[in-house]
Design a protein around this ligand. Structure first.
Ligand code: NAP
Length: 283
């Protein structure tokens, strides 16, 4: 059986390592491959997933949005997020899901041992990953969500698109990313969980040692989350820890979104701890 990761580029992805480890441990004869797919071949590659030997696929940058039009059905959470990261073949139909929100929610609950329900959440950035984080916060029943972006209109559009998932009366607000002045007045100064969804701080980027928010926002009673997992401790997480905050990086989210996809393909519980170890080794 075949399954794989559709993206461009995909060479450095660690998903094949921990997904294959899970198939091997479960004795499922599936091969998980990295498929480097340029935009012009996306249709053909997705179509090939209708074959009886295909389980489905994961989808990553830059195809998470474009792939939606090629599927037969989209799960409501993926539809609200506006991105598909998992395709499941059901007979000859292809169904799209987004497991990033599940992955983030589970990482906060199981790894940071924190409930999102009833909490004030601050989200920095308003791209695809921010949409999954906001979907998770709405699904878990956060009391309020502030989305801070350098283009506030992007944050406003995100909140409008995700409004159908707001079933607990969560208060939502889009703001401009604060830039050093009047930090105390920023709605981000009041949150209990602060999540970086921007790429600021990723390894091998010119801003690897930068923080996506002013450090004054990092208080000892915060949970600071960064979706980045390479490096394992970003400048944001290091500064948060130095100020006494609890911290969570993006590796548990990556493993849990992958485990949720694996469960959709196999219809059995994923060996999550084994997947986590394989992911850590691959890094
Ligand atoms: P994306 O769709 O490109 O969104 C990035 C967001 O960050 C946009 O709002 C962008 O604003 C903003 N941004 C970029 N550079 C910035 C800067 N210097 N200052 C302020 N804001 C900035 O990317 P994505 O898919 O959401 O991914 C974002 C990050 O999350 C990446 O590091 C990715 O690896 C990580 N991620 C991790 C997981 C996981 O499982 N752990 C899953 C998904 C994503 P503009 O549009 O104005 O540039």
């Amino acid at each position: 059986m075949r399954v794989g990761l559709i993206g461009f580029p995909v060479k450095h992805s660690i998903s094949p390592r921990f997904q294959q480890a899970a198939f091997d441990a479960a004795g499922i004869p599936a091969r998980y491959e990295a498929w480097e797919v340029p935009r012009e071949r996306l249709g053909e590659v997705v179509e090939s997933l209708r074959a009886p030997d295909a389980l489905g696929a994961n989808v990553t940058i830059p195809h998470k949005q474009a792939v939606r039009a090629l599927l037969d059905e989209i799960d409501p959470v993926a539809a609200a997020i506006g991105a598909v990261n998992t395709i499941v073949r059901v007979e000859d139909r292809l169904v799209g899901y987004n497991t990033d929100a599940i992955g983030f929610a589970r990482s906060v609950r199981d790894d940071a041992r924190t409930e999102i329900a009833g909490q004030k959440i601050g989200v920095v950035g308003a791209g695809g990953a921010a949409r999954a984080v906001v979907a998770a916060a709405l699904g878990e029943g956060a009391s309020s969500i502030v989305v801070a972006a350098r283009r506030p209109e992007q944050a406003e559009a995100l909140l409008a698109d995700l409004a159908p998932l707001n079933r607990s009366g969560t208060a939502t607000r889009a703001i401009r990313l604060p830039e050093g002045e009047a930090i105390g007045d920023s709605p981000l100064a009041e949150v209990a969980i602060l999540v970086n969804t921007t790429p600021v701080g990723m390894a091998h980027r010119p801003d690897e040692h930068d923080l996506p928010v002013p450090p004054e926002l990092l208080r000892s009673d915060l949970l600071v989350c960064d979706l980045i997992y390479n490096p394992p401790q970003t400048a944001l997480l290091a500064e948060g820890a130095a100020r006494g905050a609890r911290t969570l990086n993006g590796l548990p989210m990556l493993v849990y979104q992958g485990a949720a996809a694996w469960e959709l393909w196999t219809k059995q519980p994923a060996p999550v701890e084994l997947m986590r170890r394989a992911a850590e080794e691959a890094l």
